[in-house]
Design a protein around this ligand. Structure first.
Ligand code: GLN
Length: 281
């Protein structure tokens, strides 16, 4: 059986939309591009082109996995974040576009001179590597509890030719010496409450709970980071974390108790509370 690009796009998108909703077209195009080894523009300029039998078989196999709910990023093994292509695996969270706000804010407060950044719970290394790519003069240290994440982030540094980012296994700050002081500490920690129905839907069902779920209504990791970070920041250094759209007030309250009275919350491009940041004065 043969199939044209346009027919496959239309049929597969309809089939997937019934199951997973709005982003089905994006997912189908990503799988098709992967199978064809072409950029997405090809799908629009060659809609009548037919896939070879081998390409069609491969597409059907990948699409069947997507129909089972598996995230496209895990099927393909990569996800683009910032300007980087990152290897991903089911042992790490899939980098999300809204997390680019954390990168932008870190870059905005970083001193213009060579300095140091710490990324807590680095996962694929997405935030650490994006910062490292924009600031070759800055040393970025990314830590993660999971050895698999440390290995993956190191591989991502290598594949993106970023030699100023380094990854170590650590339970938050545990492997650091308090001689280590950073100008900026960033984190996209787990912040979802274990009972949140969001965890039963879509891609998150396939992602590691350790990267998503935290105790204390999702605030345990953010609270721990707020309490411990001052020891590891230079005077004037910045702490910033990503959190849920409805957690801004709770994060500021938790950090106030930890000695950060002036924390501010910023919204992402969807207009939702997304990160809270504070300066050590
Ligand atoms: N924003 C992600 C989600 O809602 C969660 C990311 C995280 O827990 N750090 O799926």
């Amino acid at each position: 059986m043969t199939a044209t690009i346009s027919a496959l796009l239309a049929d597969s998108t309809t089939e997937l939309t019934a199951l997973s909703g709005g982003a089905a077209g994006v997912d189908v195009r990503a799988l098709l591009c992967h199978v064809l080894g072409q950029p997405s523009s090809y799908l629009y300029t060659w809609p009548e082109r037919k896939l070879t039998a081998a390409q069609l078989a491969q597409f059907r196999q990948l699409f069947a996995r997507r129909l089972q709910g598996e995230p496209v990023a895990y099927i393909l093994g990569y996800r683009d974040f910032w300007t980087l292509r990152l290897n991903v695996s089911p042992t790490t969270l899939i980098p999300r576009p809204e997390t680019e706000l954390l990168v932008e804010q870190a870059l905005a407060v970083l001193p213009a001179t060579p300095c140091r950044v710490l990324d807590l719970g680095t996962g694929t290394g997405a935030v650490a590597l994006a910062i490292a790519s924009e600031r070759p003069d800055v040393t970025v240290v990314g830590v993660d509890l999971m050895p698999e994440a440390v290995a993956l982030a190191s591989r991502n540094a290598h594949d993106n030719h970023l030699s100023n980012a380094h990854f170590i296994q650590s339970d938050w700050f545990s492997a650091l010496s308090d001689m280590n002081r950073f100008e900026v500490i960033v984190s996209n920690p787990p912040y979802i409450d274990g009972d949140d129905p969001h965890l039963q839907q879509g891609d998150v069902r396939f992602e590691p709970a350790s990267a998503l779920v935290a105790e204390e209504s999702g605030l345990a990791a953010i609270r721990h980071i707020g309490q411990t970070a001052p020891t590891y920041l230079v005077d004037g250094g910045w702490l910033m974390v990503e959190h849920g759209y409805n957690q801004g007030e709770a994060v500021r309250a938790a950090w106030k108790d930890a000695g950060w009275p002036d924390a501010k919350t910023q919204q992402d491009y969807a207009g939702l509370d997304r990160i809270t940041l504070a300066q050590r004065l």
